[in-house]
Design a protein around this ligand. Sequence first.
Ligand SMILES: Nc1nc2c(c(=O)[nH]1)N=C([C@H](O)[C@H](O)COP(=O)(O)OP(=O)(O)OP(=O)(O)O)CN2
Ligand SMILES: [Zn+2]
Length: 126
Amino acid sequence: MFLKRTFSFDAAHRLIHYHGKCEALHGHTYRLAVTLRGETDREGMILDFVELKAIVNEKVLSRLDHAYLNDLLEQPTAEYIARWIWGELETPLARPNCRLHEIEVWETASSSVILRREDMEPGRVS
Ligand SMILES: Nc1nc2c(c(=O)[nH]1)N=C([C@H](O)[C@H](O)COP(=O)(O)OP(=O)(O)OP(=O)(O)O)CN2
Ligand SMILES: [Zn+2]
């Protein structure tokens, strides 16, 4: 079974290895979806939504919201932001009954990237 919770954060960035309007400093209201895959525990939950929110707030949103993303990543594309978020969340969300399955980052209402566990396997190009 899959469990998903969505979040949002506002951040500024510029794409330095890019020729076009996104080279210039600008901002987005990003949306983030965190999906776990697992089995229900004795409380009937894959993971308490409240706990998921607290972990994502502490590990990710506290660092990305109202931040300049180039301070964190040289080229803060949605792809690299998703990878960074995966690295921050994989261990804190790991449980005997579930683990991180997917990160989706929307840069605009119509554009998103999806990063799944299989993309993070060694040797995969992602
Ligand atoms: N594969 C990717 N392509 C682009 C990324 C990215 O992260 N991954 N990022 C950008 C820019 O950050 C840019 O801000 C997004 O541009 P655009 O989609 O044109 O966004 P707009 O808000 O201007 O959307 P409109 O629908 O044109 O108003 C570029 N590419
Ligand atoms: Zn942008």
